[in-house]
Write a protein that binds this ligand. Structure first.
Ligand code: ADE
Ligand code: ZN
Length: 326
């Protein structure tokens, strides 16, 4: 896709971006070499050829395999610094960035290593550019709730570096209510809450109902299947809950970009936003997502502006950041 001048220049806000999903093949090879890790691919081209996903589990296995090269604080620094530079180049002014600590602690990398590297890179970017990034800690829903709770407790010592918590990974058989106690505790500790309700999952509308009615999230990641239930979409609209959708990601792991659904959400005044999810794997950062969606969703310039306003409105940015953006 070509990014036109309007999209390129638009000040942007991104709310659904997994930092581990920004690990580009070049950096993956460089970190593998630095850490003495042998990747099961001869070169970058062979690695890219493995990026052929048709569903969420297929993507996730490649995504987790790729993380093996991330070992030291400097590795996490380099990962977040590369994303911050890319985001800045696309005029992203503010991003809320997911990280998956359990994917690292489960293979012996300390929580402290992960969060220090990421935070230091975001702090440096904020000092040097007009890009600001904040961290949202995701729990992996295919692990047990006890591991999520232990991770939450571990994170309390770093509270000032984390603005919210989320839930990601494989949704099949892992409903939101599995994490009821974890999210209740997270809310009591002052974190904002979001959860993935991935597109076209087996119990999508029931999972969306759970996040709205039983978990009490502050927003929903993906969640476009709410359109199948008018009373659900009305509750989402009335509460001002945002949906962070990811068109190019959806094109890879579902049957399409969901452009008609995104158009419908805009037309029904739901606070929908456009995001990149895992841009190094799905081959599109936020500008490319907006560009890819522009014609299929019949997005006017005013719609593109509205998507950014929706994003900053449903963000958890401090009032000063919000005012600067709007
Ligand atoms: N982890 C990284 N990207 C994800 C996605 N799109 N859905 C669920 N878990 C994820
Ligand atoms: Zn995601």
């Amino acid at each position: 896709v070509t990014v036109d001048a309007f999209i390129a220049g638009l000040p942007k806000c991104e709310l659904h971006l997994h930092i581990e999903g920004t690990l580009e093949p070049g950096l993956k090879f460089a970190l593998a070499q630095r850490n003495g890790i042998e990747l099961p691919y001869a070169d970058e081209a062979a690695l890219r050829a493995a990026y052929d996903f048709h569903d969420l589990p297929g993507f996730l296995s490649v995504y987790y395999e790729g993380m093996s090269v991330l070992r030291t604080e400097q590795d996490f620094y380099d990962l977040a610094a590369a994303y911050a530079a890319k985001a800045h180049s696309q005029n992203v002014r503010y991003a809320e960035i997911f990280f998956d600590p359990q994917a690292h602690t489960a293979r012996g990398v300390a929580f402290d290593t992960v969060i220090r590297g990421l935070t230091r890179a975001l702090d440096d970017a904020e000092r040097e550019t007009d890009f600001k990034g904040r961290l949202v800690m995701c729990f992996l829903r295919d692990f047990q709730a006890e591991f999520a709770m232990a991770t939450l407790v571990q994170a309390l010592a770093y509270k000032e570096w984390i603005i919210g918590v989320g839930l990601d990974s494989d949704e099949a058989g892992n409903p939101p209510v599995k994490f009821r106690e974890v999210f209740a505790r997270a809310r009591a500790e002052g974190f904002r809450l979001t959860m993935h309700c991935d597109v076209d999952q087996k119990n999508s509308t029931e999972h969306i109902r759970q996040v709205v009615e039983e978990i009490g999230v502050d927003r929903i990641d993906h969640g476009v299947n709410a359109l199948e239930d008018p009373s659900l979409i009305e509750r989402i609209r009335a509460r001002g809950l945002g949906l962070t959708v990811c068109p190019i990601s959806n094109a890879h792991v579902t049957d399409g970009m969901k452009a008609a659904e995104i158009r419908a959400l805009l037309d029904q005044d739901v606070k929908v936003t456009v995001n990149s999810d895992d841009p190094a794997y799905f081959l599109g950062y936020v500008a490319e997502n907006l560009a890819a969606l522009r014609e299929p969703a019949a997005l006017s310039d005013a719609d593109l502006v509205r998507l950014q306003r929706n994003a900053i409105e449903i963000s958890w940015a401090a009032p000063a950041v919000r005012e600067e953006f709007l």
